[in-house]
Design a binder for this molecule. Structure first.
Ligand code: AMP
Length: 395
């Protein structure tokens, strides 16, 4: 669903950056790599900033600044070389991002990153704008943690405020004995976020893109499955009643507007039994739940992100064919090689994505498979069969 900007939008005209312009990307992981691949296909130059010399995006970018994420000189160098700067992670140094914004356009704006990189700031933002979230409290001390749990009821999840993703920095509290493990997360980096465990029927994700002119393009609702807090499978269409899908998409669009987002936003949701939808988490960047868009949509989430940050019209978000994605996570530590590729690709509707990470460790995202199919269930069956045929063996 693509929507033109409101005609009365009181916004300054935004300059369009055409092919040949340089896009600076903070973060050189797989998202930066897939973003760089699409940007280069469209004729842009890409400069990546990442401390790892072997970062996946470095291999496909025009230039790679190997420096720490909080290195002001590296950010100054990025600003000097780029016509626009964007991010593949929201956990960036805000002072550095603001310093870059003083020198060149930064999209999304650091104010958006400030909300989305901090769990309680994000929840407060969502609640203040009337978006539905699971019951939650902040807890800045062990005593406050006890109070929060007493108020919310068990079971609860306790989450660190910053840099917690893929289920890291989370403790589930089923009974009072679990409290010390939660308190051990520590309070030094700010209050912990305590949430009641929501009895969701399924998890959903909606990707929405928003241009600097306020134009919005929303992808179909995807059904997601997590394992141990980490995204495992995605299938689309989610095959929901129309009213539920419209509510999920409407929420994503309203959140993007409330954030004054320029870029792509992933909104992770919980679907409850009676069709109620709660917002779990926001990611103001391309997201693992949107990898299926590469094969299954007219405009991939990465090409769409390029369009938004460069001030171009948004691309169509229609689903061309049902699709499913399964992540390929590391099992071993050290160097690995992928086996079973011939078997996995024996199904011609399966695509393989390998991120080129030199080192593996358990649960590290090393690649994914996407399958197209006659239905979401058929695509999921194909993607699962392909993933089951693949193995990361020690090299
Ligand atoms: P998060 O890092 O907050 O996105 O959490 C990772 C995963 O943990 C989610 O995708 C859910 O599967 C699960 N989870 C997080 N918060 C809750 C909650 N309040 N209720 C139930 N499951 C949750």
């Amino acid at each position: 669903m693509t929507r033109a900007p409101a005609r009365d939008a009181a916004r300054p005209p935004t300059g369009v950056l055409g092919p040949g312009a340089a896009i600076g990307v903070v973060g050189g992981g797989q998202l930066g790599r897939m973003l760089a691949l699409d940007a280069r296909r469209m004729g842009y130059r890409v400069v990546v900033l990442d401390p790892a010399a072997d970062a996946p995006a470095g291999a496909v970018a025009d230039a790679h600044l190997v420096a720490a994420f909080d290195d002001p000189d590296a950010h100054a160098a990025l600003a000097a070389r780029a016509d626009v700067v964007t991010f593949e992670v929201e956990h960036v140094d805000l002072d550095a991002a603001r310093a870059v914004a003083a020198r060149c356009p930064v999209r999304p704006h650091p104010a958006t990153l400030a909300v989305c990189q901090h769990r309680s700031r994000e929840k407060t933002f969502l609640a203040r704008h009337g978006f539905p979230v699971a019951p939650w409290r902040e807890a800045g001390s062990p005593a406050a943690l006890e109070d929060a749990i007493a108020a919310l009821g068990l079971p609860c999840l306790v989450k660190i405020p910053y840099a917690g993703y893929d289920g890291r920095g989370q403790v589930r509290i089923e009974r009072a004995d679990d409290l010390p493990a939660a308190a051990a997360l520590g309070f030094a980096r700010g209050p912990l976020v305590v949430e009641r465990v929501v009895p969701f029927v399924t998890e959903l994700a909606v990707l929405v893109a928003r241009g600097a002119d306020g134009a919005v393009a929303t992808y179909p609702v995807a059904r997601t499955t997590h394992r141990d807090g980490i995204l495992h499978e995605v299938s689309v269409p989610a095959e929901l009643p129309d009213a539920v899908a419209a509510r999920a998409q409407g929420l994503a669009e309203s959140i993007a507007s409330a954030l004054d987002l320029v870029g792509v936003l992933a909104v992770e949701l919980f679907l409850l039994e009676r069709g109620e939808v709660l917002v779990n988490e926001l990611a103001p960047r391309p997201h693992n739940s949107g990898h299926y868009t590469i094969e299954a949509c007219a405009t991939s989430q990465f090409a769409q992100h390029v369009r938004t940050v460069c001030g171009l019209p948004l691309g169509a978000t229609d689903l061309l064919r049902p699709a499913a994605m399964v992540n390929l996570l590391g099992e071993h530590r050290g160097r690995v090689r992928l086996t079973g590729v011939e078997d996995a690709l024996a199904d011609p509707l399966v695509s393989l994505h390998v991120y080129g990470k030199a080192e593996s460790w358990p649960r590290r995202k090393l690649g994914h498979v996407t399958a197209l199919g006659a239905s979401a269930a058929d695509a999921l069956r194909r993607a699962r069969a392909a993933a089951a045929a693949l193995r990361w063996e020690p090299a």
